[in-house]
Design a protein around this ligand. Structure first.
Ligand SMILES: Cc1cc2nc3c(=O)[nH]c(=O)nc-3n(C[C@H](O)[C@H](O)[C@H](O)COP(=O)(O)OP(=O)(O)OC[C@H]3O[C@@H](n4cnc5c(N)ncnc54)[C@H](O)[C@@H]3O)c2cc1C
Length: 488
């Protein structure tokens, strides 16, 4: 297994459970890849960026269970929104059956006008009536589809954009309509629990402790600081991995679970050029996410997390509160073995409140300086968290992830290869492989499970790991079923 991100870890755990001896080679000194945490030079432990899951992410939930981490993720049923004047609106489920369960709180959602709500309701109806697959989305961007559905500018800006830019890390004009619609169908319309927001109550790297144990228990090993430089192929079979230290590791099969651009740099050039599935990977673009970590000298926020409307900042996470949930559940702080990039100011660990802000598709922030970004975020917080005006900012860190996710551009799926490669015993895993999901932890775990299934099938020990979606419930089930009857 090359790569210890969620794709590699989920595949490794699945194969270990199937009785295989897995050796996992990870370039960095910790697990989790793009969803990880580390210790800053001053001792504070930070996630590279806040990660959230949703109730509809059934495979990620299954992976956390297998890794013994399910109890370290808390689910929240209420979503709080704040506008420029700091006014709050809340979205939560009612007792009505899906897809109507969110309707009452949506009706009272202050940030939208009646005309906005009416246009949103008609688009939602189109999604539900088609079982999540409305006609006319082929090749269209989400923005084109929303215009076709006659959405008001307010609905686009203060509803669709707010949800989708953070869910898919891309602007609506560059998002395949199919991905945007799936978010609403799976999370908000087809099932009453799909929208629940799951947030780890421990630093991200702590979620993966059980993975290492699962691999080692079966006689395998997890090697850190073990970067692979080259994948060797001979007579169309995997012939070994050349590590950065010059050693060569062999195996019955290899799963490459690294980012798509890294995979291209590892494989023989002539192989990439002669393989359209691999060469197509060059067409997959990436988009950035910026995380801003702010430590205040006092309590400035009471909600666990908040979504901002009409601001550059999209989400604010109350890390002190979210981690306190973990502490009360019995977690003890543990030492970390290393520190890496971050740029935190030197100083003592503050006792006030730690907030983490997230800005997805943060193209505009990439060229801006750390201080400019901090100033912008602190200014915006004053609108929605008035106590920050009086509070002292003790410490701040900005983490720009330039290649955070692949961009879900219209038509991107045609460049995403399956988990079996043209080399007999070489398998691919990663959120960028063909999973039907966008670039998310759920997509990464799906890819890991699919790679494990493909490998086990070839080894003559077929096994299923992929979990079904949440069931379509209530009226959504009746309406979606009518659509299929109509189609047949
Ligand atoms: C800032 C940010 C915020 C995000 N927020 C969310 C969120 O809220 N919810 C969500 O679902 N998703 C989120 N994502 C997306 C999610 O993190 C990714 O989709 C997922 O983690 C990808 O997992 P992966 O295993 O496919 O790839 P990666 O995590 O990139 O794993 C690849 C692994 O390969 C290793 N590697 C690379 N080169 C080598 C080499 N030469 N040899 C050995 N190992 C190597 C890497 O170190 C890494 O550990 C976010 C991503 C970022 C960056």
């Amino acid at each position: 297994m090359i790569g210890g991100g969620l794709a590699g870890l989920s595949c490794a755990v699945a194969l270990a459970e199937a009785g295989f001896r897995v050796r996992l080679f990870e370039k960095r000194p910790h697990l989790g890849g793009r969803a990880t945490s580390y210790t800053l030079p001053d001792g504070s432990e930070v996630d590279n960026c806040q990660h959230v899951t949703l109730g509809c992410c059934t495979n990620l939930a299954d992976f956390y269970r297998r890794a013994g981490a399910a109890g370290k993720v808390r689910f929240y049923d209420r979503l709080h929104f704040a506008d420029v004047r700091g006014r709050r609106s809340t979205i939560e489920a009612s007792a009505l059956p899906p897809p109507l369960h969110m309707a009452p709180s949506f009706l009272f959602f202050d940030a939208l006008t009646f005309a906005d709500k009416r246009s949103i309701a008609s688009a939602m109806l189109a999604i539900v009536r088609s079982g999540g697959k409305p006609p006319g989305t082929e090749g269209a961007s989400m923005l084109e589809w929303l215009h076709r559905m006659e959405q008001t500018p307010g609905a686009v800006e203060r509803f669709w954009r707010v949800v989708l830019v953070s869910a898919l890390d891309e602007e609506l004009a560059r998002t395949d309509a199919h991905y945007g619609i799936e978010v609403f169908w799976k999370a908000f319309l087809s099932n009453g629990k799909g929208y629940r927001v799951g947030i780890p109550s421990v630093p991200l790297a702590e979620l993966y402790d059980g993975c290492r144990e699962a691999v080692v228990r079966r006689g395998g090993e997890v090697r850190f600081r073990a970067g692979v430089r080259e994948i060797r192929v001979s007579e169309n079979r995997f012939a070994g991995a050349l590590l950065e230290d010059g050693s060569v590791e062999e195996g019955d099969a290899c799963v490459a679970a690294v980012p798509h651009d890294v995979l291209l740099s590892m494989l023989p050039k002539e192989m990439v050029e002669g393989d359209s599935a691999l060469a197509g990977l060059r067409k997959i673009k990436t988009s950035p996410i910026t995380g801003v970590h702010l430590w205040f000298d006092r309590t400035v926020m009471t909600e666990p997390f908040l979504t901002l409307l009409d601001h550059t900042t999209q989400w604010v996470f109350n890390k002190s509160l979210l981690h306190a949930a973990g502490e009360t559940e019995g977690r003890k702080a543990r030492p970390r073995e290393h520190a890496e990039e971050g740029g935190a100011e030197e100083g003592v660990m503050p006792r006030g409140q730690y907030l983490q802000l997230v800005i997805s598709a943060s193209y505009d922030l990439v060229p801006r300086s750390r201080q400019e970004i901090i100033d912008l975020c602190v200014k915006e917080l004053a609108d929605v968290l008035p106590k920050t005006r009086e509070a002292k900012l003790v410490k701040a860190t900005v983490i720009k992830e330039i290649n955070a996710t692949f961009s879900p551009e219209p038509g991107v799926d045609r460049w995403r290869p399956g988990q079996e490669s043209s080399v007999q015993n070489l398998y691919l895993a990663g959120d960028w492989t063909r999973t039907g999901w966008p670039s998310t932890m759920e997509g990464a775990v799906r890819s890991g499970y699919l790679a494990a299934e493909a490998l086990l099938a070839v080894a003559g020990k077929p096994q299923t790991f992929l979990q079904p979606d949440l069931p379509v419930e209530g009226l959504a089930k009746i309406w979606a079923a009518r659509k299929w009857e109509g189609a047949s």
